[in-house]
Each structure stands twice: as C-alpha cells, then as structure tokens.
Design a protein around this ligand. Structure first.
Ligand code: SF4
Length: 458
C-alpha cells in the first residue's frame, strides 16, 4: 500500500571455495519488496549460490527495484546504473521490471529484466548467465529459509496484488489483482519461521484485510483443521504459534472489527496499521477511497473502548490535486480527534501511469511540502502525548539490538523500522530476540526509555 525508501544491500560474505557462483543483491523498496528478495535469496542459496559482499567479488548483481513513487524509481535507476558501472553483469527484477523495454533502451547492457513476483523468471535468468554448481550439501537450508530481517522477526506475505483503484497508486497495474495464498501455505511457512527462532510475525500484503477474497475465502487444512482464507481466521490460527503477530496494511473494511476479540484474547497484538490517506470526504472521493471518515472516527472510539491498549498506525497523503486549505484543516482536526499513535505522511507527487496525474488542481510543490511538514508537527505533539501515558508502566519489550550501556527494543506498539524504539538502560546481557519486562521511565515524541523491571528474560 505504501513504499519506503529503505535501501538494503545484502552483503553476506560466503567464504565458499573457489568456483562457487557468487551473486550480489541490491534490494530497494518497502517490506513487501524485502520479502520478495528473501524468497529469491532462499532459492539462490538452496541451489548453491553464495551471496557476495561486494560488487568486485560478485559474478552477477541482482537489483530488486521499487517503482511506487517517482523518487523510488529514481533510486532504482541509480542503483542499476551503479551496479552496471561497478560490476557490469546485472539482472533487474521487481516493480520497475514491468517497463522492460524502457529499461533496456536506457541500459542496453542489462543481462535480463523480469517483473515483480516472477521468481521463476528471475531464477531462469540467473541460471542462463551464471549456471549453479551442483553440490547436494548446499540443499541444506536452515528451517524458515534465509531472511534479510534479523532472526527474531520475519515478514509473512499472505497475498499479492490489489483489487482497488486508488487514483494515486499504480500497484494494481504493477502487481495485478489480489492473489491470496491458501491459509495452510501461510501457516506452514509461519510454523517453519517460528521453529527457526522467529518471535514476531509481521503479516503483510498490498491489501491485508482483503486476504482470501479471491479464493472465495475457501478453507484449507492445517494440522487436521480447516482454516478459512479470511484475515480473521488466519490471524486466529497464527496467534496459536505463541509469538507476536502484527498486522500491516489493512484497508479500512468493516470486517476489521472481527480482529478486536483476537486482540482481547492476546492472540494477535493490539496494533492496527491502516493507511487512512486523508479525512476530507472530497479528497477521499477524488482519491477513490472510502469517504466516510466521520464513521471511521466512531469506529476508532469504539475499538478503543473495547480494547484500550489498541495502537493505531497510519499513513496520509497530503497535497492531492484539488485539496483545499479547508480540506487540509479538516484532516488536522480529524487527527486531533482520532489521536493516532503513529503516523507517516507523504507529500503528493505524480507517479508515472497513475490516474491522479490527469486530475485538475495540482498544487505547487512548496504547498504540498508545507502541508506535510505541518501535519507531521501536529502529529508529533499527539504522539508525544500518547507516549507520555506509558511512563510508569511495565511493558514487554522485544530486544532488537544488545549493547553494553543501552539495548534497543520495541513494545507491541512499535513495528520494526517504521515506529519507535525502547532504549533499555543497564541491559546486562540482553540479546536480540530476548523478551523482557521493562519499567518505562521517560518518553519523547518517538521513543520510550526504561530499564529492566525484573531479572532474566523469557
Ligand atoms: S489499496 Fe489503494 S493504495 Fe493500497 S495498493 Fe491498492 S490501489 Fe494501491
């Protein structure tokens, strides 16, 4: 649903013997693209390829691109140019791959171009230009495959594509319509991840709440039980693994209400990531999004009454064509009422191929940027207010990074990479993946500060 500008260059030295084919991977874009990269890496390692730490040592560089925003496209194009200059043998995959002809015209030396979700095509391209070396010992993958995220959390992709037509977004064109994985497939993958040490599952898709709609919500059997391909049923089944289950990218469907009982039971984290995008009905209609944000406010209040611990994260898009100052003020007022915990905000920009490009009333860049800045300032005060309520509480914290003086972790209220962190003083020997009780002693607009509330970890 949204994209970040995270750039990861996976660079694990293989340390393998001579003659082992080595591949460099540059992975750009959102967590969804990261999951694609993980799958590609798992397949490559299963076939005996090593990952290269540097361009020089790589026999081939694979660039997984992102094309959601123009700025992400630019970043992807720069990454391709750099890989060509530094190594010369480059295969491109991911969102930008849908523009293969244009890419080839700009970079005639590319060895291959494949689109998003085309695992087989990527593997074929790699086999063609760099055949695998047969070594049956290298089939021994760790359970759960290889992940680019730290060992204690993992993204779990449950579907691909989207059936909506938000005017600012080209993801349906890039990724196609909704295609869900059967519940049993998802649960088998989750089981392997948990067996491999994962303590937090981050459930993602372009439209997580729509999960299973394309399958008619058909059930599939997991451990002898029929599990429906529906977000509520799947979330309940995931909750049985006994690890944190966090749901991302939920379109504001009415059936999200069905997730509340699961939060009350502790099956999934009381955390909802719902990109609301705006609050003015006129702008929402222009975006082709659900326009009754007043009703949404009522629902948020109801949810919080029912589950006071609920944390809501969202993203907004400001400066959409035709957005007036009154529309924007309405959004700020809505934010004050909604008191969301975490908010990200993009200033609108045209994305090649998006329907919004043809709308009248495009706003100057300074206006769009200024509104983004004002929204984030307003939200910072709201987030700080909500975080201050935590001071004095004892909260469970999942440690992401150990350290001699301070360890860094997260509570249920924070997703990795996009939300805040907890700075844990006097951490002793805390290590990534430890779950500890922490007494919260201070807060700012983003982070919490505290110290362990008891000896030991769990
Ligand atoms: S719901 Fe809208 S913004 Fe999200 S992926 Fe689908 S079309 Fe894009």
């Amino acid at each position: 649903m949204t994209s970040t500008d995270t750039v990861e260059k996976e660079a694990k030295p293989g340390g393998a013997a001579d003659g082992v084919p080595r591949i460099g991977l540059v992975s750009l874009g959102c967590p969804k693209a990261l999951v694609d990269s993980e799958r590609i890496v798992s397949r490559l390692r299963a076939e005996g390829y090593e990952l290269s730490a540097s361009y020089e040592d790589a026999d081939l560089v694979l660039v997984n691109t992102c094309g959601f925003l123009d700025s992400a496209r630019e970043e992807s194009l720069e990454a391709i140019a750099e890989a060509l200059a530094e190594n010369g043998r480059v295969v491109v995959t991911g969102c930008l791959g849908v523009e293969a002809e244009r890419l080839r015209a700009r970079f005639p030396n590319l060895l291959a171009v494949t689109g998003p979700q085309q695992f087989e095509a990527v593997m074929e391209a790699v086999h063609r230009v760099l055949p695998p070396r047969h070594d049956p010992r290298l089939d021994l993958l760790p359970p759960g495959g290889l992940r680019l995220t730290p060992r204690h959390y993992a993204y779990l992709k449950i579907a691909e594509g989207c059936d909506h037509r938000c005017r600012f977004c080209i993801i349906p064109r890039l990724r196609g319509p909704l295609r869900s994985r059967p519940a049993a497939h998802v649960l088998h993958e989750a089981e392997r991840l948990v067996e491999a040490g994962v303590r937090e599952l981050l459930v993602i898709a372009q439209d997580t709440g729509a999960y299973g709609h394309d399958l008619g919500h058909a059930a599939s059997r997991f451990r002898g039980e029929a599990i429906r391909a529906h977000i509520v049923g799947l979330a309940r089944a995931l909750g049985r693994f006994g690890v944190w289950v966090r749901l991302h990218y939920l379109y504001p469907y009415p059936h999200l209400d069905g997730l509340l009982p699961l939060m009350e039971e502790g099956a999934i984290l009381p955390y909802l990531d719902i990109p609301f995008q705006h609050a003015s009905p006129a702008v929402l209609r222009a975006m082709r999004r659900p326009a009754r944000q007043d009703r949404m406010l009522e629902r948020i209040h109801r949810w919080r009454e029912r589950c006071p611990e609920l944390v809501i994260r969202s993203t907004f898009l400001v400066g959409f064509p035709g957005e007036t100052e009154a529309d924007f003020d309405r959004l700020l007022d809505w934010l004050e009422e909604a008191e969301l915990d975490r908010v990200g905000c993009f200033a609108y920009e045209d994305v090649e191929g998006a329907a919004a490009n043809r709308l009248p009333g495009h706003l100057p860049r300074e206006v769009r940027e200024e509104r983004r800045r004002r929204l984030m300032e307003r939200q910072e005060a709201i987030s700080a207010r909500r975080l201050r309520r935590r001071v004095g509480d004892e909260m469970r914290v999942l440690i992401d990074e150990g350290g001699e003086d301070v360890a860094l972790g997260r509570t249920y209220a924070d997703a990795p990479e996009i939300d805040g962190r907890v700075h844990v003083a006097r951490p002793g020997g805390l290590r990534p993946g430890d779950l500890v009780w922490v007494r919260i002693t201070a807060a700012d607009a983003h982070d919490l500060y505290g110290e362990p509330a008891e000896e030991g970890t769990s």
